[in-house]
Design a protein around this ligand. Structure first.
Ligand code: PLP
Length: 398
């Protein structure tokens, strides 16, 4: 990214003047086109009525499917707009008919909401949850996964980039295995979509969930579900309404054929337009450009943290992304976060219970999560490290 591009990215991000935002894995700063798309629609709804505004903006609302399909390299009929990533993921997961003895293979760093769903479904159906061990790099071990396969494996469900660190799991290698074994593959791509190029054809997943507010820089309360055309019609969504299905006779209904069978009728249309704008904005920068810039900043941040007395970088994996996890000796994560916040620096803390298996295995109660985006700067990293050094000194026992 060239200096003038960076300047533009920052001038189009009002929050840059207010905060040093290293919480892009929590909720990124929205750029102007996203904010405008939402405000415009709210104003239109207020002026002419909600249904009337929807009718007037129909073409732009439909564009959500085109730009999101472009982002993920799929068909527009394979995209659903859902209120968040968890519900998007749930709509796919709870649609799968599990039988007693069926196996679900997942990963060590799986996200709590997903794992809770496995446990609930296992309890209800008699399916079994098995965890694929990590390799020496701390990412999912592809060889072990191969060894675990048998005819009872119904689903492989993993997280591309876990919520609590820089690890990028080998999603495409796992996809190749799932495809050749004919096993359903559900990918939680909440933290990867928007920061890395994510191509569902290359990955070979059947379902993918993503959220609007994180690296995509869209509004809160928005999410995306991708469902591969070939599996879509074989799965009945856990909930139906008059949008996902049509009531055709007193005892009959027909479910719509495309991925919108996983949507609700009522949705946040301002949010949908905001998310469409966010996707277009990301596409305009280019995901390769974004990923490259994030890589540069994250590497600089990790290198800098190694020079801060008492700081330990905790990221795993062979390939690492824009989420930088660390701890500071003698200071709790919440204290680090609070002290940074006093200087208008935003980070988040990821507690053990969000990724229980991984954090217990590594004996971590929590990690501080500093997540960078392309609009962040090297000067911000310098300032961040400087403030962190003063925190480390402040709390040093005398
Ligand atoms: C944030 C996150 C989610 C949940 O996304 P929501 O939009 O809040 O539902 C799921 N998985 C991972 C890995 C996450 O980091």
């Amino acid at each position: 990214m060239k200096p003038n591009q960076l300047k533009r990215a920052r001038s189009e991000t009002p929050g840059c003047n207010q905060v040093l935002h290293f919480n892009n894995a929590g909720s990124s700063l929205m750029p102007e086109p996203v904010i405008e798309a939402m405000l415009d629609h709210l104003e239109l709804e207020a002026r002419i009525g909600g249904y009337e505004a929807a009718a007037q903006e129909d073409a732009r609302l439909e564009r959500f499917y085109d730009v999101t399909a472009q982002l993920l390299n799929c068909g527009r009929d394979e995209i659903a707009f859902v209120e968040n990533a968890t519900r998007a993921w749930d709509m796919a997961f709870y649609a799968i008919p599990f039988q007693p003895g069926d196996r679900i293979l997942t990963a060590q760093a799986e996200y709590a909401s997903n794992y809770i769903a496995y446990l609930q479904v296992a309890r209800k159906t008699g399916a079994k949850v098995d965890v694929i061990p990590n390799d020496d790099h701390g990412q999912i071990c592809v060889e072990q996964l191969k060894a675990m396969l048998d005819e009872r494996v119904k689903l492989i469900a993993i997280t591309h980039v876990p919520t609590n660190g820089g690890l990028v799991n080998p999603a495409a290698e796992i996809g190749a295995i799932a495809r050749s074994a004919g096993i359903l593959y559900l990918l939680d791509a909440c933290q990867s979509v928007g920061q890395l190029p994510v191509d569902v054809q290359k990955i070979g997943c059947d379902f993918l969930s993503a959220t609007g507010r994180k690296f995509l820089r869209g509004p809160r309360g928005t999410g995306i579900l991708y469902v591969r055309r070939e599996v879509c019609q074989q799965l009945e969504p856990p909930f139906l309404d008059l949008h996902s299905a049509t009531w055709t006779a007193h005892d009959q209904y027909v479910i719509r054929p495309d991925a919108r069978r996983f949507e609700n009728w009522e949705m946040n249309l301002a949010g949908k337009l905001g998310l469409a704008a966010a996707v277009e904005y990301a596409l305009a920068w280019g995901l390769e450009t974004i990923a490259e810039r994030i890589q540069l900043l994250a590497t600089k941040l990790r290198d800098g943290l190694k020079q801060v007395a008492g700081a330990t970088v905790l990221d795993l994996g062979r390939q690492r992304c824009g989420i930088v996890s660390f701890c500071l000796a003698g200071v709790s994560g919440n204290d680090v976060k609070k002290r940074l916040a006093r200087q208008q620096i935003n980070v988040s803390v990821s507690p053990q219970r969000f990724t229980l298996l991984d954090m217990q295995q590594r004996q971590l109660e929590h990690v501080v999560r500093a997540s960078v985006h392309y609009y962040n700067t090297e000067q911000e990293i310098e300032r961040f490290l400087q403030v962190l050094r003063t925190i480390a000194v402040e709390v040093e026992p005398t």
